[in-house]
Every structure is written in structure tokens, then in C-alpha cells.
Design a protein around this ligand. Structure first.
Ligand code: ADP
Ligand code: GLC
Length: 447
């Protein structure tokens, strides 16, 4: 079965968040099940690939060429699709992001003729199911929503000049949403199957509270919507073999975890207290502001924090300022740092994740695998993966009081080592989810 995955991130080539982890491990898991996966990824600056030629496509009313590169990760082929003048060193954050990814989708669509399934991820690839319905290629299409909050919205008809698509697709193919172009909506409407990354989130997005304005559309397409929980690359995320860790460890012998903890505390000159880790994008979704609001209370409870992350500048400034004023108790490192992330997962006593919403969440899975009980808000994939008091801790309210309640639960548990062991024994591999995707692909192909 030949499957094309199309997405804007894939580890280790380009990573902002969990989308990259999925595109760097689900195809590999499917390959062991006999599938032939190819991943199509924008060729951002700095990604090493072998130039293999180019593809011609129409953009802005003329024929254009996109350079093509090949790269490989764990035996799976990645095709890098050149972005021309739209290449940048990071995936997002530019004023022309919408146009960049429309161009990426149009170029990629020319490469999909030999595939039986095209599996598009998030708004950056959401145009593909519509292009299939216009006859550009023949594959069955799956569209996965990793985050409904980012929809690929564009307020003007320039879209039609860029793509050359027939004007009737505005209303006729689900592109229009409240007077704007909405690629997420078009993905949902046009795909043969729509999935999201946890069963709970699959339900939440059909409600007005979780639907980000698209709950009505999702309810209308509920018959083809389902949640499949993400897995982890359990070889990469393995505390027994992780090359980033000074002291490897195992559920049966946690002494290395204690040594990593001491090293982490020493690195940031923290007092010897229960220490909570945070590794996160600084976005409204993640409730990082709730941690800031709860900071006085957290200090009063006697915990330390080690925080790694970047995103909203105001939050970065707040944490920089707070860390300066709380030496020995709060460490903050701004930026993306793979090595430090591993240290924090391994060396912390608990992992704090107060998300307002969470489609799946991989950070809490990694934390559990590293024996660091997550303290999470009871929402989305967090609710589907953490068991309160058994493998982690949960709280309900999205405010400072909620965060403090969760941390109090963590502190009062009488046998934290049992929680650590139970967390480490969970199976968060791709075995089950990959089999679920395969079953979905098969059903779409009528097998
Ligand atoms: P999201 O995709 O919404 O950001 P997930 O929990 O699904 O959330 O995935 C986040 C992924 O990104 C995890 O692999 C996490 O370790 C990683 N990550 C997030 N922020 C950073 C950072 N600042 N440095 C290193 N890794 C990070
Ligand atoms: C998104 C979501 C996150 C999910 C990830 C991978 O970034 O925010 O919850 O784990 O996609 O599916």
C-alpha cells in the first residue's frame, strides 16, 4: 500500500511541536506493518537533502518549478518540496505563511499520482483533499487535525488568483467560512476520512466550547470523524538508552533518575526540593500564563520549577523576569533545546502541563515514559492518557487555583515511586495506533 503523508513538520528535519514527532515516527511504524510510506515536507532552509530534480506546477497564473530533494529517516523516504522565494529557516511565523503553504500544496499535488492514500496533516496540507475531488490525483484521502486552533484563514479572493481554482469551489467545496477562505474547513469537508489525535478531542471539537467555530461543520461530518491516539517513538524516547542523558535508567532501577535529578538541580543551582519540569511552546493553548499566575502559590507549596520554552514574547519576558527574582527556585531557558528537554523529562520529579485544550499531547507521554508523573489539566488527550493518582495527576479548572490543586495532589500522594513505576509501564508505542491507521486505510480502499 503506497501512502503519501503531507505535512509542514517532521522530526528530525523540522520541528516546532508534536506534529513533527508524529511525522517522524508514525510512517516508520506503518512501514513495519508492510506499508510503503513517503512523506512530503517543505524544503525549509537548512534541511540537508539530495537534489533529485524538480516539479512543474501552476501558481499565480504561471508555470513554476519547485526543486525536489530526498532525505531519509529510519529507513523511510522524505521528499523535500522546494519553496522558491518562500523558503525560510523556520516553518511558521511569517506574514506570507498562508501563501507559502498554498504553494507547497499545489506543488505537492503534482507528485501524488502513484499513491493509493494521501494522508494530509493540519491546515498546511488541507487543500489536498479538495484538489483530489477536482480530479488532480486519484488517491483516497485522510485528513488529520492536530490542532483546530490554526485553520489557515485568508480574507481575500487573492487565493483564486494564486491557485487558479474554479470560483465555484468557494461555496461548493467548503472553502468559505464566514466570508473568508478556511483551509481547515475544506480539509474536513473534502476528505474521505477525518481523524484527530485523541478520542476525547474528537468529541470536544464537535462542541461549541471546543469547536473553534467549526463545530457545526464537524458535527455535519461526524460520520467520518474519529480519534486515534498518538504514539511515541519509544526507541528515541527511552531513558535506558537516551544518549542525551548522563545517567541512563530503567523502571527496575531508578538510581540513574536520581543522578539526573541531582545534575539538573546543580546545573541551575536549584535548592533540593520537589522539582517540576515544563517543556512547551509558549502559546495560549498551553496555559503557561496560569503557571505564572500561580507562581507565588507554587513557591509557598515548596516546589522548584525548570521551564524550557518559547513563543509569545510577553510570556517569555514574564518568565525571564520571574527567574531573575526567584534564584534557586525557578530556572527558565528560552528557546528550543532538544538536549535540555531530555534532561528535564528525566531529571524532574513531576511534569506540569496545564493546557487549556490539548488535542493529544506528547510531552505528558514522554514524561511518563521517563518516570516523571505529569500534572495535567483534565482535557483532550491528557484525559485519555493520564490516570489520576495512578500514572499522574489531574485538575479541572483552567486557572491558577487549578494548577495549585494539581500540584497539591502530587505532593500529598503517599507513594510517588509507585506512580513513577506505573507511568513507566504504560505502552505508549505506535503499535496500537499504527494498526488503527492501517485499518482505516484498508477500509477506505475497500480491503
Ligand atoms: P504541541 O505539539 O502542541 O506543541 P506536544 O506535547 O504534542 O505539544 O508536543 C510537543 C513536542 O515538542 C514534544 O516532543 C516536546 O518535547 C517538544 N518541545 C516543545 N517545546 C520544546 C522546546 N522548547 N525545546 C525542545 N523540545 C520542545
Ligand atoms: C498538536 C497538538 C498536540 C498534539 C500534536 C501531535 O501540536 O497541539 O496536542 O500532540 O499536534 O498530534
Amino acid at each position: 500500500m503506497k501512502i503519501a503523508f503531507v505535512a509542514s513538520e517532521a522530526f528530525p528535519f523540522a520541528k516546532v511541536g508534536g506534529l513533527a514527532d508524529v511525522l517522524g515516527s508514525l510512517p516508520q511504524a506503518l512501514k513495519t506493518l508492510g506499508v510503503e510510506p513517503t512523506i512530503f515536507l517543505p524544503w525549509y532552509w537548512g534541511i540537508q537533502g539530495y537534489y533529485v530534480g524538480e516539479v512543474e506546477f501552476r501558481f499565480e497564473g504561471r508555470l513554476e518549478q519547485a526543486g525536489l530533494g530526498h532525505a531519509e529517516h529510519q529507513g523511510v523516504r522524505y521528499v523535500l518540496v522546494g519553496l522558491g522565494d518562500f523558503a525560510r529557516d523556520r516553518p511558521y511565523g511569517y506574514p506570507d505563511d498562508f501563501r507559502r503553504f498554498v504553494r507547497f500544496a499545489l506543488a505537492t499535488a503534482e507528485l501524488l499520482r502513484d499513491f493509493e492514500i494521501v494522508h494530509a496533516h493540519d491546515w498546511q496540507a488541507a487543500l489536498l483533499p479538495l484538489l483530489r475531488n477536482l480530479g488532480w490525483f486519484k488517491a483516497r484521502t485522510v485528513y488529520t487535525i492536530h490542532n483546530l486552533a490554526y485553520q489557515g484563514v485568508w480574507g481575500s479572493q487573492d487565493f483564486y488568483a494564486w491557485t487558479g481554482l474554479p470560483g465555484e469551489t468557494y461555496y461548493g467545496a467548503g472553502l468559505e467560512h464566514h466570508g473568508t477562505i478556511n483551509l481547515m474547513k475544506a480539509g474536513i469537508v473534502n476528505a474521505d476520512a477525518v481523524t484527530t489525535v485523541s478520542p476525547r478531542y474528537a468529541w470536544e471539537i464537535t462542541t461549541p466550547e471546543g469547536g473553534e467555530g467549526l463545530d457545526g461543520v464537524l458535527r455535519a461530518h461526524q460520520h467520518k470523524l474519529r480519534g486515534i491516539l498518538n504514539g511515541l517513538d519509544t526507541q528515541y524516547w527511552n531513558p535506558a538508552t537516551d544518549p542525551y542523558l548522563p545517567y541512563p535508567y530503567h523502571a527496575d532501577d531508578l538510581s540513574g533518575k536520581g543522578q539526573n535529578r541531582r545534575a539538573l538541580l546543580a546545573q541551575f543551582a536549584l535548592e533540593d526540593r520537589p522539582t517540576l519540569g515544563v517543556v512547551s511552546r509558549f502559546a495560549h493553548q498551553k496555559g503557561i500564563d496560569l503557571i505564572a499566575e500561580a507562581m507565588d502559590g507554587l513557591m509557598a507549596l515548596g516546589v522548584n520549577l525548570v521551564v524550557l520554552g518559547s513563543g509569545e514574547p510577553q510570556l517569555e519576558r514574564t518568565f525571564t523576569w520571574m527567574a531573575q527574582h526567584l534564584p534557586g527556585r525557578l530556572a527558565y531557558v528560552q528557546g528550543y533545546n532538544e538536549a535540555l528537554a531530555h534532561h528535564i523529562y528525566a531529571g524532574s520529579d513531576g511534569f506540569l502541563m496545564p493546557s487549556r485544550f490539548e488535542p493529544c499531547g506528547l510531552a505528558q507521554l514522554i514524561a511518563m515514559r521517563y518516570g516523571t508523573p505529569p500534572i495535567v489539566r483534565a482535557v483532550g488527550g491528557l484525559l485519555d492518557t493520564v490516570r489520576h493518582w495512578e500514572t499522574g495527576f489531574m485538575f479541572d479548572s483552567a486557572d491558577a487555583g487549578g494548577v495549585l490543586h494539581g500540584v497539591r495532589e502530587f505532593l500529598k500522594h503517599p507513594d510517588r515511586e509507585a506512580v513513577i513505576r506505573q507511568a513507566m509501564q504504560q505502552d505508549f508505542s505506535w503499535d496500537r495506533p499504527a494498526a488503527a491507521y492501517l485499518e482505516l486505510y484498508r477500509s477506505l480502499l475497500g480491503h
